[in-house]
Structure formats: structure tokens, C-alpha cells
Design a protein around this ligand. Structure first.
Ligand code: SF4
Length: 459
């Protein structure tokens, strides 16, 4: 008998049994998207997702190593699941994502109850990994990085709801001095535009209305392996019937082109919001971070965006306490925040990451100073966001209704084109529709309003 066929038969038999998977996800939207891909792959192998880890046959922890704190969470999570393994020796526990990539074999040595470790480039091999664990009774570690994307590596995944996130590329070539991503997610490579468009068309056919294109630096899409520029890709996505809103994340300020900025005025479906990580308002620190733009460059991009689109939402990332950051450097950051008046900030204390240049810098900032600067920055931004949200009271805004509000099931929740959350009383039949909402309240994280009318864009 053909030996390969026997293995395939055994694999088919193996996955004919219904099993349950519990997945815990840390980190960025790329990781959330990787989890969605895993759920899709596992569904095809007869796995159902569960919310209680004690019911699972397979527990996966999809990890993030961008900050030390995120990395520590992995170990405490894994520790929590160890007891389930004692009760059920057949339970498979796996670690994926950036910590898996960074630590590889070391994870199995440190946590001997772990069966599977795989990095972000190896997600599509999940079936083979599980077969090896079940049939050969061996642990699996797979952390190879690849310069190309395999056919079928990214495919449409089962989507619930009206929003989909689509990876258009992976990796990064920038090597900012604090960042571990180029080491854990490899060099930048773009997916072919045809494949991306097919995936989005499939989502549109299933009722998806809003799509977010994902990449570490979407502005350089097409420079490594793609066939069109990022603006070319956005035009193609905006042309897909059924898709009403298009977003993207993340942009690098050094790569955001005039053509992209002008595209916001040409494509109605392109949402008026952009995430543009500043990281620091001090040129001296930006240079040490190897960000390759100055504060002046950044402000000129912001000023063009605001001049063309006064309502545009601009959000950012800021790191406080980068090695060598003085009080004056920090004041410069605060000044830029006051000048730009961001719509939102993701702010973090610097933490040294293995393999990165900045982790070798001697002038690390003490923890208490980092904490104080973080609190000051967050206080300032909280006031700015609340003021901006209050300024919208009295306006009718177009909202894409996403579902019932988590806080109050009798209410609906959705987002404006500038990505603000809006809660309002309304009938469930409005879910998936573009509606007008009259804003009555502006809070620090959301808006509240009254349903006014079906928008002219309503389907
Ligand atoms: S652009 Fe810089 S911060 Fe962003 S993923 Fe690449 S190396 Fe990291």
C-alpha cells in the first residue's frame, strides 16, 4: 500500500473527530488577524472555539513581545493552563506569535508542558503540526522565517459581523532601534494584489461592509513583492461592490506620500482617519530611535492632512522614557501633542527588547520617571480627546452600525468615518447599515446620540 496515502487516511481520520479550541490573543491587530486565520484553519479540522479553557482539547496562546510586560503575560497565561494538562494529558498546549518566534526551543525547556511552538510565518502549517503531535507523539517547534509568501498562506477566513481585517503584507525592513518586529516577523514582503482583492470580494459577498488593510508599514506595500503601489491597491479595494468603508493601519510618517494624502479626497469609501505613529516629539530622540523623519517633517504631513480634511482623525503612538530622554525632550513631545491635538494616543513606557539596538544603550531612564511622564502625557491626551468629542455634540454624523452595545444590549454601537465609537438606542435591523446619528454627548472614549435617519449610503 502507498505509505503516503496511509498517512493522509490517518490524518483524515484524526480530524474527523470534533474537538474544542481555546485561544488567548495578546498584542496588535496583526496578531488578532493571525488568530482569526488560526480559527479558520482549525474550523476546517473540525475544531469549535470555546470561551472556557477547561473545555478545550487545544489551547493556543498567540503572543506579543513588543514590550516586556506583554512578554511576561505569556508566562503567567501558560502557567494558568498547566493544571488542565494535569487533569487531561491529551490536552495540547501551543504558543504562537512573536514570543514563540523569539524564544523557540527555549519555551519548551522553560515550560515542559507545552507541546507546540510556532512563529507567525508558520501558521498555515497548523494541520501538520497537530498531526505530528497526535500521530507521532512529538513536540513541535517551527520558527523558520521566509522571504516569500506561500500560495494559500493567507485565505479568506470565516467572518462574523460586518468588519474584516486583511493582511496585505508581513514583516518590516525599518529596524527602528527599539523594535523587535523585524526579528520576529521577518523582512517585509507584500501579498499579490489579486489575492488580496479576491479575499475582500469573498468577504463582501458574505456581508462585510468595512475592511481594514493591515501591515507594519502599509505605505511601503508593493515595494517588496507587490505588483501595485499602496495607493493603487487602495483604489482597487475601494472599487469592490459591497464594501462601503476602507481603513488601513499602520502608516510610517517617512513613507506617507502626497498621492495617498490626496486619495482621501478622491475616494469616498476611504475613511477620514489615519494612525501615524510619532513616537517622540524630540528630534534628538527620533534620531536615536532611527525613525528617519524629523518633528518638522511630521508636522508638515499633519498640516497638509488637516488643511485638506479639517475633520480628519489623526491618532498616534508615543513612547516615553526612551534611553537618554531628558525632561526637555519630554517637554518637546508634550508640545507636539498640544500642537497636533491628536484624536487619540497609544502611549507606552519604553522597555528594552532583546536583539534591538536601543537595549544596548547605557542611559536607560529610571522606571519612576517613565511612569510620571506616561501619566502626564495620558492626562493631557484625555483632556484633548474629551474636548474634541464634546465639540461634536449637536452634529449629525454618519455611523456604520456594527452591532449591539456591549454595555447595554438594548443599544446599538457603531463608528463614524473618523473612527469614533457612537452608542445610541436603535433597532437591531439597523446593524450593517450606514445611518445618521445626532450626537447628544461626548465622553472621553465615545459619543452618544439619537438615531436620526438612514444615510444616503444605506444599502
Ligand atoms: S516601522 Fe519601526 S516600529 Fe514599526 S514595525 Fe517596523 S521597526 Fe517596528
Amino acid at each position: 500500500m502507498n505509505k503516503d496515502l496511509t498517512i493522509i487516511d490517518t490524518m483524515e481520520g484524526l480530524f474527523s473527530k470534533e474537538r474544542f479550541v481555546y485561544i488567548e490573543t495578546f498584542g496588535c491587530q496583526m496578531n488578532e488577524n493571525d488568530t482569526t486565520r488560526m480559527v479558520g484553519l482549525l474550523k476546517a479540522l473540525n475544531y469549535k472555539t470555546v470561551d472556557e479553557p477547561h473545555r478545550a482539547d487545544l489551547i493556543l496562546i498567540n503572543t506579543c513581545s513588543i514590550r516586556e510586560k506583554a512578554e511576561h503575560k505569556v508566562y503567567s497565561s501558560a502557567g494558568r493552563f498547566k493544571r488542565y494538562k494535569r487533569k487531561n494529558p491529551e490536552l495540547v498546549i501551543g504558543i504562537s506569535g512573536c514570543v514563540a518566534q523569539q524564544e523557540g526551543e527555549r519555551l519548551i525547556k522553560r515550560l515542559p508542558y507545552i507541546d507546540l511552538v510556532f512563529g507567525p510565518h508558520n501558521i498555515h502549517r497548523l494541520k501538520t503540526f497537530l498531526a505530528d503531535i497526535y500521530l507521532k507523539r512529538q513536540k513541535v517547534v517551527s520558527t523558520d522565517l521566509y522571504d516569500t509568501i506561500d500560495d494559500g498562506e493567507y485565505v479568506a477566513t470565516p467572518i462574523e459581523g460586518i468588519k474584516a481585517f486583511v493582511s496585505i503584507m508581513r514583516g518590516c525592513n525599518n529596524f527602528c532601534s527599539y523594535c523587535i518586529v523585524p526579528y520576529t516577523r521577518g523582512r517585509e514582503v507584500s501579498r499579490p494584489s489579486k489575492e488580496i482583492i479576491e479575499e475582500i470580494k469573498e468577504y463582501a459577498g458574505k456581508g462585510v461592509k468595512e475592511v481594514t488593510l493591515l501591515g507594519q508599514n502599509v505605505n511601503s506595500y508593493g515595494m517588496s513583492g507587490g505588483d501595485v503601489s499602496f495607493t493603487g491597491l487602495l483604489r482597487m479595494v475601494c472599487g469592490i461592490d459591497g464594501i462601503e468603508r476602507v481603513r488601513f493601519v499602520t502608516s510610517h510618517p517617512k513613507d506617507i506620500s502626497d498621492s495617498l494624502i490626496y486619495l482621501f479626497g478622491e475616494e469616498d469609501k476611504l475613511c477620514r482617519s489615519i494612525h501615524l505613529p510619532l513616537q517622540s516629539g524630540s528630534n534628538r530622540i527620533l534620531e536615536r530611535m532611527k525613525r528617519v523623519y524629523s518633528v518638522e517633517d511630521y508636522l508638515s504631513r499633519v498640516s497638509l492632512l488637516r488643511r485638506l480634511y479639517p475633520d480628519m482623525s489623526i491618532t498616534t503612538d508615543i513612547i516615553v522614557g526612551f534611553p537618554g530622554e531628558t525632561e526637555d525632550d519630554f517637554k518637546e513631545t508634550m508640545e507636539v501633542v498640544r500642537t497636533v491635538r491628536f484624536d487619540g494616543i497609544f502611549s507606552f513606557k519604553y522597555s528594552p527588547r532583546p536583539m534591538t539596538l536601543a537595549s544596548t544603550f547605557k542611559d536607560q531612564v529610571p522606571e519612576d520617571i517613565k511612569q510620571r511622564r506616561l501619566e502626564e502625557l495620558q492626562r493631557l491626551q484625555k483632556d484633548i480627546t474629551a474636548e474634541k468629542n464634546r465639540s461634536l455634540v449637536g452634529r449629525t454624523m454618519e455611523v456604520l452600525v456594527e452591532g449591539r452595545s456591549k454595555q447595554d444590549a438594548s443599544e446599538l454601537t457603531g463608528r463614524t468615518t473618523c473612527n469614533r465609537i457612537v452608542n445610541f438606542p436603535g433597532s437591531p435591523e439597523l446593524v450593517g447599515k450606514m445611518v445618521g446619528v445626532f450626537i447628544t454627548h461626548g465622553y472621553s472614549n465615545s459619543l452618544r446620540g439619537i438615531y436620526k435617519e438612514r444615510s444616503r449610503l444605506c444599502s
